[in-house]
Design a protein around this ligand. Sequence first.
Ligand code: RFL
Ligand code: PHB
Length: 396
Amino acid sequence: MATRTQVCIIGAGPAGLLLSHMLHLQGIESIVVEQQTRAAIEGTIKAGVLEHPTVELLGQLGVGARLRREGFAHRGIGLAFGGRRHRIDLHGLTGGKSITVYPQHELIKDLIAAVLANGTAIEFGAGAVSLHDIDGIHPSVRYTRDGTGREIRCEFVGGCDGFHGPSRQAIPAALRQEYLKVYPCAWFGILCHAPPSSEELVYAHSERGFGLVSTRTPAVQRMYFQCAPGDQVDDWPDERIWAELRARMANDEGWTLKEGPIFKKDIIAMRSFVCETMQHGRLFLAGDSAHIVPPTGAKGLNLAAGDVALLARALGRYYRHNSRTDLDRYSAIAIKRVWRSEHFSWFMTSMLHEFAGEDAMTRRFRRAQLDYLVSSRAAATSLAENYVGLPFVGVE
Ligand code: RFL
Ligand code: PHB
């Protein structure tokens, strides 16, 4: 069974859904092919922090109403170390910008609703997805669904299928330059029923390692701490988790964590990854399929949005003006913003974690960097402008 469309998008994560919606707004047809069920992707806990440019974009695309109503704008973050909590005034240092805490799976629900309302098909539960003829003029995507083989013939393929999807592998290995850094730690994440411990996110560094106090709603909190890469969820019973979080957040100011029943635990790998190029023939990668950042800078979803904003505009120009110029430059332009966020995420990770086997000098450098950040307006401004998000490139 073969169907035709202009752009076949693989993956219904933030990148794929946003791309489909942005194409629709320009009169370009797409079909989204997703291997998981709708319930699974609407229920997976991932990101929490949206940058200023991402929130602006979602508003402009008409999918920001619930986000504005139910998300929480934060005008600063805390940096805790050496027994004290310091505030980075994001709003004051960036001329009025802030970040918004809004769970990724809620954004996914909003985007799926918008895409379906556009009349665009999302093929959930697609198996054995494969890409064909991406370097010709008639690419296609094949998959199985409900036991039958299907094919989508298209003009372009949007490879939005995350780190493990097939799109990146469809670019010949000889044309791909891949960069990978694996950090010798992981993050342990929890969701718990408790009131917020702090009005703003707190990134903490201690001799025991990194800790992060984030939030979801006034009644549900999200917290993370650095753990060993080989740790399993079962290694961490609730009491051990709270003892570790208390130790990481220990301070001389009398500030304590508000604890409550933990209802979700997960372990997140820490790596930096970039695939250069992000395009081949009629295939364009966007989001985690092309790059991964450690979550310390809260950048992954936001980078996906930046890629898609650029790609959707380039496809719009192709269909309106029959010009491939912007499409041909897509990877070269997108990758600059990618590397900036990659560097920031590495910087935040290196500054806030402790790694086994480090020498004393490295530890003192880290402390000097933290002291500088909270005592110099220039240093704090640099962190703030990266954290709230640099403007999307190539987007008017
Ligand atoms: P996704 O979200 O991985 O979506 C890819 C989709 O493709 C589907 N897929 C396939 N479909 C068809 N055929 C196949 N063979 C397929 N293989 C895969 C998948 O099922 C999925 O639906 O990639 P996308 O769209 O590029 O979005 C990237 C973001 O999800 C990711 O970067 C963020 O979650 C990263 N991240 C954060 N980013 C932020 O901007 N701010 C944050 O605060 C933040 N916190 C986080 C995070 C990621 C985390 N985890 C769990 C890794 C916190 C955590 C804990
Ligand atoms: C989250 O709330 O899930 C979160 C917040 C900040 C990060 C990463 C994740 O840097």
